[in-house]
Design a protein around this ligand. Structure first.
Ligand SMILES: *Cc1c(COP(=O)(O)O)cnc(C)c1O
Length: 350
């Protein structure tokens, strides 16, 4: 791929900030380079007085092993949201280039594009919540730089047909295809990370916010060709991943069993919820889910949602989202939480 043709010239030519920690790689030494406080951070907490590794080598080495890729194919962001924003700022000029999104889908693509004043083309999913491939292909033009595909999709929960994704990857090569796999760990679907070598314009996003249970630490990953990764690294804030996050993530990644057990529990609870929802006559549809949540179409969705809030059970009302009329999105909780939810829904409809 001729990357330079699809990256904004001022980004391609940018001379990045050179951080003090880029110049010396060792851990031992007399560090008088970064204007840090040499004493420490106060008595109640561990020492955080030094700037963290701007390239997060430790975590990338662990992720490369887990995901079966190279370290130079990994970008780490302050949540996936940072990667989404940087991808737009790297490829799209205000009021000129466009992105394609496929609603109903994750809201941040649109918000991030709007903040950057980038043209948004919305090609709705089909009634089956699948990609409308002909319509997407028709919408692609010479100014299209990013195509966002979310699979399993939020808020619908289903996975998108793999053949459709391949067709788009093979047809759209004058920009980048971003596949958001935030929920991939809950699905039996293989990741597209294994296709990076074949598709130099592919960017796969994942996050530690869901299956890994680390939403508060803010760590999102983008996997792509090393050229794309080095451009992202060039434009990110130098210390975008804090030292506490790096340290805790590194520990968490070592505990594979915790993640695996958690996924098993959540999937079992999801099955229980599906069975129980289907017994409730006012529930019209429980959509197929490959994620840790269910999109449910039911009678008086708005009133039920409001009632649940008064009962301190918080769900997400998706009724105003295209193709999601009369639905709420429910995250699978702990067994006791799910039981409370079911009880409240039943008492609402009584
Ligand atoms: C939750 C979610 C994310 C995660 O975002 P973070 O910024 O990493 O917490 C990304 N994409 C989708 C579709 C999501 O639902």
């Amino acid at each position: 791929m001729d990357y330079q043709a699809y990256i904004l010239p001022h980004i391609w030519n940018l001379k990045p900030y050179s951080s003090a920690r880029d110049e010396f790689k060792g851990n031992e030494g007399v560090f008088l380079d970064a204007n840090e406080n040499p004493i420490g951070s106060g008595t109640a907490i561990a020492a955080w007085n030094r700037y963290p590794d701007p390239m997060q080598h430790q975590i990338k080495a662990q992720l490369a092993k887990i995901k079966g890729c190279e370290e130079n194919q990994i970008f780490l962001g302050n949540g996936s949201d940072e990667a989404i924003d940087l991808l737009m700022r790297m490829t799209c000029a205000t009021d000129k280039h466009n992105i394609i999104i496929c609603p109903p889908t994750y809201g941040m693509y649109e918000v991030s594009a709007s903040i950057n004043n980038i043209v948004i083309q919305r090609i709705n999913l089909t009634a089956e919540y699948q990609l409308d491939v002909p319509a997407i292909l028709a919408a692609i033009n010479s100014e299209t730089r990013l195509l966002f595909i979310c699979s399993p999709n939020n808020p619908t929960g289903n996975k998108l047909n793999r053949a459709d994704i391949y067709q788009l990857l093979n047809s759209f090569k004058t920009g980048f295809v971003v596949i958001d796999e935030a929920y991939i760990d809950f699905s039996d679907e293989p990741s597209f990370i294994s296709e990076l070598a074949k598709y130099p314009h592919l960017i796969v996003m994942q996050t530690l916010s869901k299956a890994y249970g680390l939403a508060s630490l803010r760590l999102g990953m983008a996997y792509a060709n090393p050229t794309i990764i080095s451009l992202l690294n060039k434009i990110k804030p130098p210390y975008n991943i804090g030292g506490a996050t790096q340290q805790i993530v590194s520990q968490a990644l070592a505990d594979r069993e915790f993640v695996k057990k958690g996924i098993e529990l959540i999937l079992a609870e999801k099955e229980r919820l599906i069975i129980e929802f289907e017994k409730i006559p006012q529930v019209q549809q429980v959509y197929p889910s490959h994620a840790n949540f269910l999109l449910v179409k039911l009678q008086s969705a708005q009133a039920l949602f409001d009632y649940l809030i008064t009962e301190k059970v918080i769900t997400r009302n998706r009724s105003s989202v295209p193709l999601c009329e009369d639905t709420i999105r429910i995250t699978v909780g702990l067994p006791a939480e799910n039981s409370i939810l079911l009880e409240k829904i039943k008492s609402f409809y009584l």
